[in-house]
Design a protein around this ligand. Structure first.
Ligand code: FES
Length: 164
């Protein structure tokens, strides 16, 4: 009689296999979160690494006294995922030398504001929030001014800093 036909051996093999399978399952269930905790800081540092300065062109190309819409394509590395989005902002200069860059995201609940040149204000269509041309909240529910991006002028070019 061969060993594989021995009912004692078969039962032992089955139990050994079952124990190994249960152990492997427990190892996977416990190991996946632990692995995530270990590599999470590395993922976060990869996300931060995508912040950068975007060139918006010559400072002379911006109209004085009127916000101008600019869009930048931002690539974010979220762990192993690559996410591409477009951020819209308004650039304003009152003198052609000093610039501000304002987010188009309303500080109330995150709708996108629009520049109304005939009224000289930004308007949020969601709850009728109003901001002046420098992004200061002047009417409606927005609790604070429009967020700003860092800007710099280098060699006659305007740059805006966008977080990754
Ligand atoms: S989201 Fe803009 S006013 Fe509410």
């Amino acid at each position: 009689m061969s060993k594989s036909n021995d009912p004692q051996v078969s039962r032992r093999n089955f139990l050994t296999g079952a124990i190994v399978a249960v152990g492997a399952f427990i190892g996977i269930v416990a190991g996946v979160p632990a692995t995530g905790m270990i590599i999470s800081p590395a993922i976060k540092s990869m996300e931060k690494a995508t912040a950068k300065w975007f060139a918006l062109g010559s400072t002379k190309s911006f109209k004085i006294g009127e916000p101008q819409t600019e869009r930048v394509k931002v690539v974010r590395q979220l762990g192993w995922r690559r996410h591409v989005s477009t951020e819209t902002m308004f650039i304003l200069t009152d003198d052609g030398q000093n610039f501000i860059a304002m987010s188009d995201v309303c500080t109330h609940l995150g709708c996108h504001v629009r520049w109304l040149p005939d009224k000289n204000v930004f308007w949020c269509p969601c709850h009728n929030g109003i901001y002046d041309k420098h992004g200061k909240n002047i009417s409606g529910p927005p609790p604070r001014p429009l967020d700003r991006y860092k800007v710099k002028v280098d060699n006659g070019q305007l740059f805006v800093y966008v977080e990754g």
